[in-house]
Design a protein around this ligand. Structure first.
Ligand code: NOJ
Length: 562
């Protein structure tokens, strides 16, 4: 089976402000990342995706780019970037940049020129409209950060559109010069050797011609965030965006084995359209379904099944558990289920993306009101949308500031950093970090996990051939809390069984898995490689996940026949 590096590998997202501060200003930087590459190698990931480090006024912490082809001095220099890239490649790690095509900073020279006059040569590089006939914004589009998405430029009497902050004006992707300028920026980084891009808000690039109103959202409830008052059916996800994705893909394909990842928050059937009808779109439209999934076996199985079924022919799946915009997985699920989530992420079919710090189990972080930095929280306080708690510094050891920085960090660390840090958890065989390392090592060692097929067992009725069941201990019974599936490939069948509940459970094993080898349990490192469960039912402790392995052919039963 031939698979590309981005299919076989595991991606790891680094939020550069918070990974490691080497120059002692309280904010992470590129040198800090370079000095911690060996950690990523030992962890066992294959690629790092670095959130934006381009020059930026940092109103949205780098997602407001004022120069697409340089490095912000707070993060380092181009020379430091080259050193990071070379050091990563020397270790076999790929480097994926975060590209922000939909909008620039209002400080970008393009926008400065565009806003200067109605006849500026770059006027149409951005989206300028006259006020509505009765005055006011041209339509009802709402910024994702609240308030109208249109800001009036008094000097020229026109409004410009910004899907996010007013300091992030949207570029006009219908304009060929904008496309050329963006493609030149991508080439700049590809020529330096980067391995791909994560494309920020890809589904936003094209807006409906004529800028019609968005329809009201009948399901809107107060407290959700103002953006949800309308459905963004006219301001996002327009059919023409797919031709742009294909153009981007052709450009990147011209450089060989590179990857394009699309950040896209859309319902499944719209999401998978970004693969392109014939695979000409992005290789990995981010699949965020686990981020907001109700944590039950039935719901997860339904989502996994629906996603697998929706994938176009030849499309490669991917899974994400957390990122810099959404609550951390350990904050959502707690410590015990964070271990199950790790096993799920790293055993599903498709490229997993890990988020820095999730391997330590960083959970809820309470950022005091006077330390809030996220513009989203500052504009719409108290709705629980604020993203500071998921962007706090990585904890490396128990030295001051968790070894993140010699200075006071830009955001506080999680409260338990003295014990929840890389050094400490590395020394604990049963830690979440150790579990991540073992799972990542297993993925490398077992092609069935990395690139094999997947078959779901229904949560309450595993697809086991009927066989006499052994009597169950009284406290154990089958029910909907167990998510189980099979991975198969390269002469091996693996069974993954995850107890999503905090009571003991049992799973009826299919015939092929009886006598299978236990590869790993979330609960007990000593179980690794241990003898087989011989009962037809696999007992799972509360919050336990288990991986069993059996040869694909001949089955253990057959091979033991005389
Ligand atoms: C998506 C990014 O992930 C988020 O952090 C940012 O605020 C918006 N795009 C705007 O660029």
């Amino acid at each position: 089976m031939t698979a590309a590096w981005w299919q076989r590998g595991v991606l790891y997202q680094v939020y550069p402000r918070s990974f490691r501060d080497a120059d002692g200003d309280g904010v992470g930087d590129l040198r800090g990342i370079r000095e911690r590459l060996d950690y990523l190698v030992e962890l066992g990931v294959d690629a790092l995706w670095i959130s934006p480090f381009y020059p930026s006024p940092m109103v949205d912490f780098g997602y407001d780019v004022s120069d697409y082809v340089d490095v912000d001095p707070r993060f380092g220099t181009l020379a430091e970037f080259d050193a990071l890239l070379a050091a990563a490649h020397a270790r076999g790690l790929a480097v994926i940049l975060d590209f922000v095509p939909n909008h620039s900073s209002d400080q970008h020279p393009w926008f400065v020129e565009s806003r200067a006059s109605r006849v500026s040569p770059k006027r149409d590089w951005y989206l300028w409209r006259d006020p509505a006939p009765g005055g006011g914004p041209p339509n009802n589009w709402i910024s994702d950060f609240g308030g109208s998405a249109w800001t009036l430029e008094e000097a020229t009497g026109q409004y410009y559109y910004h899907a996010f902050l007013k300091e992030q004006p949207d570029l006009n992707w219908r304009h060929p010069e904008v496309r050329s300028a963006m493609y030149a920026a991508l080439r700049f980084w590809l020529d330096r050797g980067v391995d791909g891009f994560r494309l920020d808000v890809l589904w936003h690039l094209i807006k409906a011609e004529g800028f019609p109103d968005n329809p009201p959202n009948p399901a809107y409830r107060a407290g959700q965030g103002e953006m949800h008052r309308v459905l963004q059916t006219r301001s996002t996800d327009q059919p023409e965006v797919h031709a742009i994705a294909a153009e981007l893909r052709r450009l990147v394909d011209g450089y060989g084995a590179r990857v394009l990842i699309g950040e896209i928050y859309l319902p499944l059937e719209r999401l998978v359209a970004y693969y392109g009808a014939h695979g000409e779109g992005v290789q990995l439209p981010f699949n965020f379904q686990l981020i907001d999934a109700p944590w039950s076996a039935r719901e997860l199985a339904a989502r996994i099944g629906a996603y697998e079924a929706a994938l176009p022919q030849g499309a490669w799946p991917n899974w994400v558990l957390g990122n810099h915009d959404r609550p951390r997985v350990a904050a959502r699920l707690g410590d015990a289920q964070a271990r199950i989530a790790a096993m799920l992420l790293l055993t599903l079919r498709g490229t997993p993306t890990m988020y820095y710090g999730d391997e330590l189990g960083i959970g809820r972080v309470d950022v005091p009101a006077d330390q809030v930095r996220d513009p989203l929280e500052l504009r719409e306080p108290g709705l629980g949308r604020g993203r500071d708690p998921v962007r706090t510094p990585m904890a490396w050891d128990a030295t001051p500031n968790g070894g993140f920085s010699a200075a006071t960090p830009w955001l506080p660390l999680h409260a338990d950093w003295r014990t929840r840090n890389v050094e400490r958890l590395s020394a604990e065989p049963g830690s979440l970090l150790a579990l991540y390392r073992r799972l990542l090592a297993l993925r490398r060692a077992h092609p069935a996990l990395a690139v094999g097929d997947l078959a779901l067992f229904s949560p309450s009725a595993p697809s086991a051939p009927s066989a006499p069941s052994a009597p169950l201990p009284r406290e154990i019974d089958d029910d909907g809390d167990v998510l189980a599936y099979e991975r198969r490939g390269d002469g091996e069948r693996l069974l993954i069984a995850l107890n999503l509940g905090d009571a003991p459970r049992a799973l009826t094993l299919p015939a092929w898995a009886r006598g299978a080898r236990v590869l790993l349990s979330t609960h007990d490192a000593a179980l690794e490689g241990a003898g087989a469960p011989t009962l037809p039912r696999l007992a799972l402790r509360p919050n336990e996940g288990v991986i069993l392995a059996a040869p694909l052919s001949p089955t253990p039963a057959e091979s033991s026949r005389p």
